[in-house]
Design a protein around this ligand. Structure first.
Ligand code: PEP
Ligand code: MN
Length: 357
């Protein structure tokens, strides 16, 4: 589906587009203090969660409807546009009744086509900016499906928010970014603005700048960051929230790069390097094709001798050797592992085909 979008905000926006504010609306004083700190930074939207989806019960689940007038006060007093999360049509009606300027669909809602469709139906006929977060599981089609449902409801001011993917086990991220997902989404929908939610990707403060910078280097359009007047005392997500002054520091440390250049010397040099990359890619694919032919020979040979495909001992040796060789060539352990698993899987598929024609 090709998207014909309207500018997310009338008259366009300067890059990076900034959505900032606390994880949750806790009290009127807290919201006003956050807005007071953020207003001078010329943010585009002031965010606060009114209904909070918490993974486990017993945590602060948001102040609900009573928080909406506080948000409205932020808008009236500081002239900031306000945005909140909606997970069903009742949330949307309440938000609209209270003058909310835009809404976002959270990661736990994007996973559910019933909920997304309910919100889409309720959005029919409105001209409201809608931000769609990636689903918590790394399923690009689910993200695209949500975009399409909202688009089909007639919403033309659309943006997506990359907030990372939850995974079992320890990681340096709270939600792994899996940058290939948003990159593929950008390839399919080049005109759809994309923001990075560095707060939910990191889960703690120290990584926020690096993740924001990486997103800027990938030509993202903006940031959604959780900013709280007193982060250590936040009622939700306190480890990842930062004060307005830390947010100001983060913004001034960000290096912004132009999406492209028309400079001829730059273009020529870039073309040369890209040609080199294209040639290397072709060589890599040639080699991989040859590798699979050898795998098929092995498959035939194993079949003739009645031997199984998977030889765990041999696979361990390959893994160890390659990790060492990768390290010597400046390749990360994670990359070498992912690369070898992909090759191994393809190799097994080729052998299986030979064994069971
Ligand atoms: C949030 O932005 O506060 C939030 C709940 O985000 P997500 O849906 O990405 O978890
Ligand atoms: Mn949060």
């Amino acid at each position: 589906m090709k998207l014909k979008l309207k500018p997310l905000v009338e008259g366009g926006f300067k890059r990076p587009l900034l959505v900032a504010g606390p994880c949750s609306a806790e009290t009127e004083e807290q919201l006003l203090a956050a807005a007071e700190g953020l207003a001078p930074l010329e943010i585009d939207f002031f965010r606060a969660g009114v209904w909070k989806p918490r993974t486990r019960p017993g945590n602060f689940e948001g102040a609900g409807i009573s928080a909406l007038p506080w948000l409205r006060k932020v808008k009236e007093r500081y002239g900031l546009k306000i945005i909140t999360e909606v997970a069903n049509k009742e949330h949307l009606f309440q938000a609209l009744k209270n003058g909310v300027d835009a809404v976002w669909i959270g990661a736990r809602t994007t996973v559910n086509p019933f909920s997304v469709q309910e919100i889409a139906d309720a959005l029919q006929g409105l001209d409201l900016p809608v931000f769609i977060k990636n689903p918590i599981n790394p399923d690009l089609n689910l993200w695209i499906g949500a975009i399409e449902r909202i688009y089909k409801a007639g919403i033309r001011r659309l943006a997506v928010v990359h907030r990372g993917y939850s995974a079992h086990g320890a990681s340096k991220y709270r939600n792994k970014p899996l940058w290939q997902m948003p990159i593929e989404l950008k390839r399919r929908f080049p005109d759809l603005p994309i923001l990075v939610d560095n707060s939910h990707i990191c889960g703690e403060r120290s990584g926020l700048l690096a993740v924001a910078q990486k997103a800027m280097d990938l030509n993202y359009d903006g940031l959604m960051t959780e900013v709280h007047p007193d982060p250590d005392r936040a009622w939700s997500d306190k480890a990842q929230q930062i004060s307005p002054s830390s947010f100001a520091e983060l913004l001034s440390a960000l290096v912004l790069r132009a999406p492209s250049s028309t400079d001829e010397r730059f273009q020529t040099k870039l073309e040369q390097l890209r040609t080199e990359i294209d040639e290397i890619d072709e060589q890599l694919l040639d080699l991989l094709g040859r590798r699979m032919q050898v795998a098929e020979q092995i498959g035939r040979y194993k079949k003739e001798n009645g031997i199984a495909i998977l030889q765990t001992h041999r696979w361990n040796i390959i893994l160890q050797k390659a990790q060492q060789m990768g390290l010597e060539r400046g390749l990360s352990k994670e990359f070498v592992e992912a690369y070898l698993h992909a090759i191994h899987e393809e190799s097994i598929n080729h052998q299986t085909k030979v064994m069971n024609p």
